[in-house]
Design a protein around this ligand. Structure first.
Ligand code: GAP
Length: 442
């Protein structure tokens, strides 16, 4: 199944639109429509709950997108992205030119050099000086002294606030700080729909541990993060770990693992789990001149914690969810988004069979009963079959139909999206029946 099918379904059903489409679109930026924002929120709320509610020692934070420019010098982003870069047009791997060619990169015959990742030749771009960060100016005058950057990762906002947070919340190591927010990267090659975009959202958690406890913590977080994907209903066979080799490791990482999903364009990263050591805190200590050490009361000791980072892309996670859910049900000539009911944008559609005989009025009453519990919509337009199929594509797991019997005995039919089986149940029992079905969904 090609990504194009998902792209067109997302547009048709109001999940995702190309940014500024009336002007011909704007490169690698996407807007989220009514169903898209709902699905995205449902996914991020599950993550937020998993981090900040189910762990007593993880707290939340929301830091600014713009930060002091020195943050990005300390983090290495100003320096690290200033090298000449070459990209593989085939597999989108990006290399510093000097990794692939010794000497002056301008002398390299890049058409003859093979991409180490996918092995193809002739697909490497010419080297170019490139910084991934978007620049802007703070204040009315554009000059070098007031340059600011749109953050390329949310992590640094956590590092510069970690001691304030720790003091305010009286946290003891090990503890974590979680954040969800926008990040921006001026990607050279942005492809595959919302997989690689210039504006995206990260869900990052930084876990502060004693040096020496980092290896065990890394193991624990790898296990826990993979388990999280069960809640999204993603097929576990489409998930795997990939360990970064020495050439892939980011400048800050001692060890790094990606959680990869099998997209239609191949296995690709949706989340990274990194042992960042004390690299970032040591650099901020150096660049700010402020002590970044934590005080250990028990041992009357000060130290720089090591950091285990779990860094997931919300948009990529959503693309994985959408890709996994897409089902071309040929037997019944329909396309179904088999989204887990827990995260489906709409839980149920209420459909009076006809627009008369008191059915719309009863339908409105059913809406009022369900609204406080679930996102429900009302649809009386078109044949019942067409209404169901519209909702199958939107991933709505339940269809509630009212017919003339409903007026007599206050029962409705509850249709299951995946099996199309319909059960007659009493209106009073609807909330419980839907809740039970969500809980037992597999
Ligand atoms: N703080 C560490 C960090 O940012 P990363 O591997 O560069 O690490 C983490 O990014 C996650 O952010 C990735 O696994 C991916 O899901 C998401 N991500 C990174 N660049 C992205 C882009 N251009 N578009 C969409 N998501 C992106």
């Amino acid at each position: 199944m090609s990504i194009d099918k998902i792209v067109s379904l997302c547009k048709r059903r109001g999940f995702i639109f190309q940014s500024s489409e009336i002007y011909g679109g704007f490169g690698a930026i996407y807007d989220y429509g009514p169903l898209g924002i709902s699905l995205k929120n449902n996914i991020s709320q599950l993550w937020w709950r998993a981090m900040t509610q189910l762990h007593e020692n993880i707290v939340g934070l929301d830091s600014g997108i713009l930060m002091h420019p020195k943050v990005w010098e300390a983090s290495g982003h100003v320096g690290a992205f200033n090298d000449p870069l070459v990209d593989c047009k085939e597999c989108k791997a990006r290399y510093r030119a000097d990794e692939l060619f010794e000497g002056d990169s301008n002398d390299g015959d890049w058409k003859k050099i093979a991409c180490p990742k996918c092995g193809t030749t002739g697909n490497l771009t010419e080297p170019r000086q490139f910084n991934l960060m978007f620049k802007t100016n703070v204040g009315p005058i554009e000059e070098d002294s007031n340059i600011a950057y749109l953050r390329p990762e949310t992590a640094q906002g956590i590092y510069v606030n970690y001691l304030l947070t720790q003091n305010a919340m009286r946290l003891k190591v090990p503890f974590g700080i979680a954040q969800i927010g926008k990040a921006f990267r001026n990607e050279i090659i942005a492809r595959n729909f919302i997989f690689r975009t210039r504006e995206f959202e990260q869900m990052e958690m930084q876990y502060f541990v004693k040096p020496g406890d980092d290896d065990q913590s890394m193991k624990d977080w790898k296990f826990e993060r993979l388990k999280f994907y069960d809640q999204l209903g993603i097929n576990s066979k489409k998930l795997r770990f990939h360990e970064h080799g020495p050439n892939e490791l980011a400048h800050y990482a001692k060890e790094a693992w990606d959680i990869e999903f099998e997209f239609s364009f191949g296995w690709s990263e949706i989340e990274g789990i990194h042992n960042r050591t004390d690299y970032d805190l040591a650099r901020h200590q150096e660049f700010s001149g402020k002590k970044m050490e934590i005080f250990d009361q028990q041992n009357n000791d000060r130290f720089l914690p090591f950091i285990i980072e779990t860094s997931a892309g919300l948009n990529r996670m959503m693309l994985a969810v959408l890709s996994d859910a897409y089902w071309n049900d040929e037997e019944n000539n329909r396309v179904v988004m088999k989204l887990h009911p827990r995260i489906a944008p709409v839980t149920a559609v209420v459909c009076p069979l006809v627009k008369k005989d008191g059915l719309p009025e009863l339908g409105r009453k059913v809406m009022d009963i369900l609204k406080p519990h679930f996102k429900v919509i009302y649809d009386q337009q078109g044949s019942i079959g067409k209404r169901y199929y519209r909702q199958d594509e939107a991933g709505t797991p339940y269809g509630i139909t009212l017919d003339h019997q409903s007026i007599d005995d206050k029962t409705v039919t509850l249709r299951d999206r995946d099996t199309q089986v319909q059960n007659r149940i009493s209106i009073d029992n609807l909330v419980n029946a839907i809740n039970d079905s969500i809980e037992s969904y597999s």
